[in-house]
Write a protein that binds this ligand. Structure first.
Ligand code: ZN
Length: 558
């Protein structure tokens, strides 16, 4: 009986756009709670709580998935035995969850299936393992919106619990849709339409019982940014011109950049901020650099005010705003050679970061022995390119079989970036980590950086045809067409894949970037074989190398 729930595909009649896709395809999660080799001794359902008593105190190995059509949650517990040979059933439950089943699915797997009216209800199930009981709580309350305010172009929403935002950008007319999942308006009086001058209107409504929907309609809505506070209880949707006080608390300041101590073999730098620092770093080669990005941090006047002397490990330090739109401060250390290693330490409250650089400095020409397996660009043809990893943060792109499009795109984009660096091409990435950037911001970044070309990296998905496969390269303008053709050809040559053709489309980024731009759909996540490849490191390397080579060929030719 339970076998029928193994059917993986939910069939969607129509898919309006790839942006909508992530809302609709299967949502998959894997994670860990507590226990190992466990026996389930009792299953109970009472007051909208399913409880499974077990005998384990260690890790529970499980996989949780949510499917559409019918909406159901499948929760497998591995290395587990159910004492009773019979399936536990609770049917015709009133409320959002309609039925619950627990059974021994395979010799070592206990499967729990919950059916519901919609996937939202399933996403809200709270699963907790307390002591020796695993609870599925079906009535997790919605968070209530306490305050909605609009000031100087910024919309700010405050809730009594953590919010789960989801954004969609739509065209014709231009709209930004912000869904707050598992949220409720405090009262109907919060339903409102705000007219923001001539250009924009904002509508706030209870879209479904568990979703508050905010729709921005107007010419500049795609320029807006959605930010969420650390505790996730506040969301601000920023308009470009706004300078309201509503933004306070969404950006922290960096206050200090200094050398803490230095000797012949090491040097320690200190970077401090007002609040806990959120940072990501990456190492770039040729020349050797350590890049540290502080996310949602802006520099105050004292940051870097004192000039820093050269040290035994670092020939120069540069810093500045890394992206347009969202505050990211980037600090770049130019390292003296590839043998210098970095060590990160924080103080107890995370407001100070200590970066210790140690190793053997070598100021001579960089060690060329590292795998430079891509040919260098003709130096006279050097140009800046922008590499754009599609989606990011709470915009997952497509989600399939537990893989997120945003992660695949970023992996490949990072690899393209490092191949380009090896070949001597300067590339600028719209994002280097898992964070949300709107399409408008991507365009903004590109138009500010003013690169020779813009290349966006995506992965395709179509749940209604899981056989569909192949490479598709999109362009909008005629200059984009040339770029698309060169890179598409290079990809087909280097990576054995089906030709999904060069196609014209008015994708937002292709249409609005001033540089010749393309959007590569590297393959279909909904196709089993292609998903396996897209998620493999070696295949991603191949893709990235071919894209980088295509870029170089284009730069040398045009
Ligand atoms: Zn995509």
């Amino acid at each position: 009986m339970i076998a029928k729930y193994m059917k993986k595909n939910s069939f969607l009649k129509t898919i309006q756009s790839f942006l909508l896709l992530f809302l609709l395809v299967n949502l998959c999660f894997t994670a860990q709670v507590y226990a190992k080799d466990l026996n389930i001794t009792e299953v109970l359902y009472r007051n909208h709580v399913l409880s499974l008593k077990h005998d384990s105190f260690s890790d529970i190995k499980f996989k949780k998935r949510i499917y559409n059509d019918p909406a159901r949650l499948v929760f497998d517990i591995y290395d587990a035995k159910l004492d009773s040979p019979l399936t536990f059933r609770e049917e015709n439950i009133t409320g959002d969850i309609s039925s619950v089943r627990v059974a021994q699915f395979e010799a070592n797997t206990v499967r729990i299936v919950c059916e519901a009216k919609n996937t939202i209800a399933l996403e809200k199930i709270k699963i907790e393992n307390i002591g020796q009981t695993l609870y599925f709580k079906f009535r997790v309350r919605n968070v209530i919106l306490q305050d909605i305010s609009f000031q100087d172009g910024d919309l700010r929403i405050v809730a009594d619990g953590p919010m789960v935002p989801r954004t969609i950008l739509l065209d014709d007319p231009e709209r930004l849709v912000l869904d707050l999942i598992g949220a409720e308006l405090k009262s109907v009086s919060q339903e409102q339409k705000i007219d923001n001058g001539v250009d924009e209107s904002i509508r706030i409504s209870q879209f479904e019982t568990s979703i508050v929907r905010v729709v921005f309609t107007g010419k500049k809505t795609h320029d807006r940014e959605v930010r969420i506070s650390d505790n996730e209880k506040q969301i601000i949707v920023i308009g470009k011109e706004g300078k309201s006080r509503a933004r306070e608390g969404f950006t922290d300041e960096l206050t200090k950049l200094a050398i803490l101590n230095e000797d012949a073999k090491s040097v320690t730098y200190q970077i401090s901020g007002e609040k806990k620092l959120h940072y990501k770093f990456l190492k770039l080669h040729n020349p050797e650099r350590l890049v540290v990005d502080f996310i949602d941090h802006e520099m105050n006047d004292s940051f870097g005010a004192e000039p820093l002397a050269e040290t035994s490990m670092v020939s120069d330090i540069r810093f500045g705003k890394a992206t347009v739109g969202r505050p990211v401060t980037r600090v770049v250390f130019d390292l003296r050679g590839s043998k210098i290693e970095e060590e990160f330490k924080e103080n107890s409250d995370g407001t100070a970061l200590y970066i210790r650089l140690k190793g053997e400095a070598s100021d001579e020409e960089e060690d060329q022995e590292q795998d430079l397996d891509i040919k260098a660009i003709n130096p006279s043809k050097k140009a800046i390119v922008v590499i754009d990893a599609g989606h990011g943060g709470y915009d997952y792109g497509a989600i399939y079989e537990g893989y997120n499009e945003k992660d695949i795109n970023l992996d490949v984009a990072n690899k393209v970036n490092s191949y380009l660096a090896q070949a001597g091409v300067d590339s600028y990435m719209t994002r280097t980590e898992d964070r949300f950037i709107s399409l408008a911001e991507r365009v903004d970044i590109s138009n500010t950086v003013a690169p020779k070309i813009f290349v966006s990296v995506h992965s395709n998905a179509i749940t209604s045809n899981t056989k569909m496969s192949g490479l598709q390269t999109y362009y909008y303008s005629s200059t984009g067409y040339k770029l698309a053709s060169v890179i598409h050809k290079q990809l087909l040559k280097e990576v054995k894949m089906e030709d999904g053709h060069v196609r014209k489309s008015n994708f937002f980024v292709c249409k609005n970037t001033r540089a010749p731009s393309i959007l590569i759909e590297m393959g279909f996540m909904t196709n089993k074989d292609e998903l396996r490849k897209l998620t493999s490191d070696s295949y991603q390397n191949k893709l990235a190398k071919a894209i980088a080579e295509g870029i170089i060929e284009y730069l040398e030719k045009y």
